[in-house]
Design a protein. Structure first.
Length: 439
């Protein structure tokens, strides 16, 4: 690499990246179309993770490109506070129509992290408005990922994401995770064992008194910690405990939203009704940053009480409901609808699961988990060097033309929902080759 290029890589401090490793051997994408990225050296790379779980309609979709282009020329920005523009209302209405039950009010943000902060603040304010200001505790789950801001980091349960950052939010506790429950190895779909882990919430209710708890936030399917599935009956049990104690249940659907499981949202898929749902990513198919928080009617209406000239909720972002994001969101929803993408994972899920579980005899594999169009391939860590084996797999897969994600020693896969049957087979073949070459 020449000195000039090295310098040009230096200034950008990359997020969640081994910066020195990257800059010594950069991996740059310069274009993307449908299921493939093009690298700076002109190679095609099959996208096994929808960008970062977000490009659900695939890349370079003309309808989205056109909608965003038209929008930037017509109305580039409209103030988010005390003013509106038509597409924000249209998008919120369409989203409410897709979502399960009466989660029919939508608050716009710009990312999953902001959606989480917004949801936690809505939960606290809702109780306070109703005269239950004693409900201040927030409960998350071990291994949970709810973004990187202080609220989400606090209810999150990934140690590396927390340990450098002081005391975090006060009054937060965590229920146990559901990873690697004995008897669940290589289960297809929802694991059979571990529903009783939901009862851990009762332990925290007994410890803190349930009247101090505002909300519980969980990912219906945990993505970042390595695809951790809810045992059969687990989410229903969590819902029942929340109901018993007047606790709000928040589903963080930043990954599961917009078709990942074969239904529009996990709330639809599992038939479990949360009180608040956080989303982002697939909302615009990753094209323009945007998040949306869905709130049940009763919660929204509780805010709409005081004098009408007063702001009901002191929260929002300059770019909430940004016109470009709304244009991208509406076009993405059009594509999802026309191509029936939000339910496609239910149609090819069996093939996906068969193909991925076909890797169970590959080297180093100790577990495989699949649901919808998600898969995790868990590897035996190298003794004394955790994460190294999976990271090497990531580098090798990239060299062989396949983009995957790894967390710890787990390979996570979540392709765009447009993936073809042949491309699913290609993914598995490449992975088998990669696993066979690992130390
Ligand atoms: N909640 C959940 C459940 C997430 O998965 C966030 C919140 C935060 O979203 P933003 O938009 O602020 O990044 C996420 C993000 C991975 C990976 O490969 C996962 C995420 C982001 C990047 C990589 O596991 N999830």
């Amino acid at each position: 690499m020449d000195g000039g290029l090295r310098n040009s890589l230096e200034a950008y401090w990359m997020p969640f990246t081994a910066n020195r490793q990257f800059k010594a051997a950069p991996r740059l994408f310069v274009a993307a179309k449908d299921m493939h990225y093009t690298t700076a050296d002109g190679r095609q790379v099959l996208d096994g993770i929808a960008g970062l779980w977000c490009c659900n309609a695939g890349h370079g979709r003309q309808k989205i490109v056109d909608a965003v282009s038209r929008q930037v020329a017509e109305l580039d920005y409209s103030p988010a506070f005390q003013m509106g523009h038509p597409k924000a209302f249209e998008l919120a209405s369409r989203l409410a129509g897709l979502m399960a039950g009466d989660l029919d009010h939508v608050f716009f943000t710009n990312s999953g992290s902001e959606s989480v902060e917004t949801a936690l603040k809505i939960a606290l304010a809702y109780h306070r408005i109703r005269g239950e200001g004693h409900r201040t505790r927030l409960i998350g789950r071990e291994k949970g990922y709810h973004g990187v801001n202080f609220g989400g980091m606090s209810v999150g349960g990934i140690p590396a994401n927390r340990r450098m950052f002081g005391t975090l939010l006060a009054g937060v506790d965590h229920i146990r995770h559901t990873h690697n429950v004995p008897g669940n190895e290589f289960a297809r779909g929802l694991p059979p064992n571990g529903a009783e882990l939901a009862d851990d919430l009762e332990r925290l209710c007994a410890l803190h008194d349930p009247s101090t708890i505002a909300a519980v936030i969980v990912e219906p399917v945990a993505g970042s910690a390595g695809v951790i599935l809810p045992p059969k009956g687990y989410l229903e049990r969590l819902r029942a405990i929340c109901d018993r104690h007047g606790i709000l249940l928040i589903f963080d659907e930043v990954i599961t939203g917009f078709g990942r499981l074969g239904a529009p949202f996990a709330a639809n898929y599992f038939g479990v009704q949360p009180d608040i749902v956080t989303t982002a990513k697939g909302l615009t198919s990753g094209v323009v940053p945007m998040g949306a928080v869905f709130v049940r009617k009763e919660i929204h209406d509780a805010f709409m009480t005081g004098p009408e000239h007063l702001i009901e909720f002191f929260h929002g972002y300059t770019y909430s409901g940004h016109p470009l994001a709304c244009a991208a969101g509406l076009a993405a929803l059009d594509i999802y609808e026309e191509e029936e993408l939000l339910t496609r994972a239910s149609r090819i899920g069996a093939l996906w699961a068969d193909t991925m579980h076909g890797l169970r005899d590959a080297r180093h594999v100790i577990d495989i988990r699949t649901l919808g169009l998600i898969a995790a391939i868990e590897l035996e860590p190298i003794a004394g060097a955790p994460t190294k084996r999976a990271f090497t797999a990531f580098l090798k897969a990239y060299e062989k033309g396949l983009l995957i994600r790894t967390t710890g020693d787990i390979i996570a896969l979540s392709p765009p929902l447009i993936i073809s049957e042949e491309q699913i087979a290609t993914m598995a073949e490449t992975l088998r080759e990669v696993l066979g070459e690992l130390d």
